[in-house]
Design a binder for this molecule. Structure first.
Ligand code: C2E
Ligand code: MG
Ligand code: MG
Length: 528
């Protein structure tokens, strides 16, 4: 504490002064005893000075010495303090690891550029590293630091004269650059930054690879301050990440609203999941050519308080990105299993499981827990997986699929033909069913090419021992053609859209409710 420090100094000085006075007295005593002051006797006698005066002179001399020493000490302390202050200032304005300007200094530089000229004269590039976390996790923090230092060096090499490069924190960097080459110059710089950061960094004989996504914002008068400019660059960078990492985006004023809308959607979605506002709807799956209902696919629908019924394309991707998909999915499965209790005992219940969920090693156990709790037989339960799950982590997906199949659950490969699955996947993963995407089925009656492809898929399924379902059947002509080619099942508006449980009950002839009002299902029967 400052008080304590000054008291300690005061005591020290007093002690030092007393010591020096004692030494002065000691010198006088020794001098007087040894007669050293005899030379001065004449002088003393002449002026009638006595011994006490000599003592005072000696002590005064000592005090003089003390004050000289003190002022030397004080000067040294002042120099040390100035050096420490300069060092603290440097630390406060630079990043310790890379030596680049830190966020504070960068913001000051942006603010200066912002206030200096109402016309845009500079721009901010916000650079966020891609795939930096795996480097840190897989190779250690030392490797991560090596990457950060290499990136800072590369940015400095690309920095135009008069620019400022900074590390804002973590794996986030920024550049403030003059605008003298217009937006083409900025584009070239952003591309060069991405290319340069994407070059591997050699560390302990390993090639560490990261990438970068860049957001660009012009320092202009319509931004309130430096923070607002950085925020704009951040929004542009975020948009770049969404559109595909390793890209650059320029800030557009609509981005702010888009981001706000997205944040609103996330909050509303969280509440909707908690309150059960997202419900399972059911679309019939029929056998071909008999058109008997053999199962239903569970499709999520959100009863939004203001917007009405919202389809899954709008909220499933958000639920996946925010990690809410598990909660949503399990709640839908539980409700569907309960709804299905009153339906004929042979009906298959098919649910869509998002790619990300297959990375959960406990997926099979969680599903089993719901089936057990609701008393729904695993043999009537079908999981639909899209092809993108296969490329995310094949091994994890394979393990989860095997666990599910051990329970007796069937696995269907959904939207077949739209993704990346290869024959290798079909052979290795032992699916039970292929669902031919509706983009193929749509076109069979119009395009000979498409029809040939659908025919080939059905034959491929048959030869691998898989059943096939054609999705998106809308016309009788398609039904006839698909049946002729040997397709086992069909699904589409022709047989019925996805409907809530009450309407599905009606479709199954379980109560007096009108059948699906939205689609003709005149020929449908329920398989016995
Ligand atoms: P999907 O699994 O391929 O489901 C079939 C989609 O095609 C459904 O769209 C369905 O309404 C639509 N459809 C069916 N027949 C026809 C037709 O004849 N014509 C046309 N034009 N469309 C038809 P929906 O319900 O909008 O679902 C879209 C996708 O959202 C689903 O595709 C599925 O991948 C996903 N999804 C739906 N519910 C869930 C869910 O609970 N979890 C997960 N992970 N994904 C879900
Ligand atoms: Mg599906
Ligand atoms: Mg599908």
């Amino acid at each position: 504490m400052p008080g304590e420090t000054s008291t300690a100094w005061g005591r020290g000085e007093l002690y030092e002064t007393l010591c020096l006075l004692t030494i002065g007295a000691g010198i006088w005593f020794v001098g007087a005893s040894l007669g050293t002051f005899d030379l001065l006797n004449g002088f003393i006698n002449a002026y009638h000075l006595n011994d006490l005066l000599i003592l005072a002179a000696c002590m005064g001399l000592a005090l003089f010495g003390a004050s000289v020493r003190k002022s030397i000490l004080l000067r040294r302390l002042m120099l040390e303090r100035d050096a420490a202050a300069a060092q603290a200032e440097a630390i406060a304005r630079h990043d310790g690891l890379t030596g680049l300007a830190n966020r504070r200094r960068f913001l000051e530089a942006v603010e200066r550029a912002h206030t200096a000229d109402p016309e845009p004269t500079s721009a901010v590039l916000l650079i966020d590293l891609d795939r930096f976390k795996p480097v840190n996790d897989l190779y250690s923090h030392a490797a991560g630091n090596a990457v950060l230092c290499a990136v800072s060096e590369r940015l400095q090499n690309l920095l135009p004269p008069g620019g400022v490069a900074a590390r804002l924190g973590g794996d986030e960097f920024a550049m403030l650059v003059p605008l003298d080459q217009g937006s083409e110059g900025l584009t070239r710089l952003a591309q060069a930054v991405i290319a340069s950061i994407s070059e591997p960094v050699t560390w302990n004989q390993n090639d560490l690879k990261v990438g970068a996504t860049v957001g660009v914002a012009i320092v202009a008068g319509d931004h309130a301050d430096a923070d607002a400019i950085l925020h704009a660059a951040d929004l542009a960078m975020y948009q770049g990440k969404k559109d595909g990492r390793g890209s650059y985006r320029f800030f557009r004023s609509t981005m702010d609203e888009e981001l706000r809308a997205r944040a609103r959607l996330e909050t509303e979605l969280r509440t909707a999941i908690e309150t059960g506002a997202i419900e399972p709807y059911y679309q019939p799956v029929v056998s071909l050519p008999g058109k008997e209902i053999v199962g239903v696919e569970v499709l999520a629908r959100w009863q939004h308080p203001e917007r009405g019924l919202v389809g899954p394309a709008e909220f499933i991707p958000v639920a996946e990105e925010t990690g809410m998909i598990g909660d949503l999915s399990y709640s839908l499965i539980r409700r569907a299993c309960l709804d299905a209790q009153s339906w004929p005992a042979h009906l298959i219940l098919a649910v869509n499981i998002a790619p990300h969920q297959f990375q959960d090693a406990w997926l099979a156990e969680r599903i089993l827990a719901i089936l057990t709790e609701t008393g729904f037989p695993p043999g009537r339960f079908e999981v639909e997986i899209t092809e993108s799950a296969l490329i995310q982590d094949l091994e994890a997906t394979r393990a989860t699929l095997l666990s599910l199949q051990h329970l007796g659950v069937r696995i269907a490969l959904d939207d077949f033909g739209t993704g990346y699955s290869s024959l290798y996947h079909l052979r290795e993963l032992k699916f039970d069913k292929l669902k031919i995407d509706r983009s193929y089925v749509d076109a069979i009656t119009m395009s000979d090419e498409r029809a040939k492809l659908v025919d080939a898929i059905i034959k491929l399924g048959t030869s691998l021992g898989l059943s096939t379902t054609a999705e998106g059947i809308e016309t009788d002509a398609s039904v006839d053609w698909l049946s002729d080619q040997g397709c086992d099942f069909g699904q589409g508006y022709l047989f019925g859209k996805a409907v809530p449980k009450a309407e599905m009950d009606g479709m199954l002839g379980l109560d007096s409710l009108p059948r699906d009002r939205s689609a003709p299902i005149r020929d449908l029967a329920v398989a016995s």
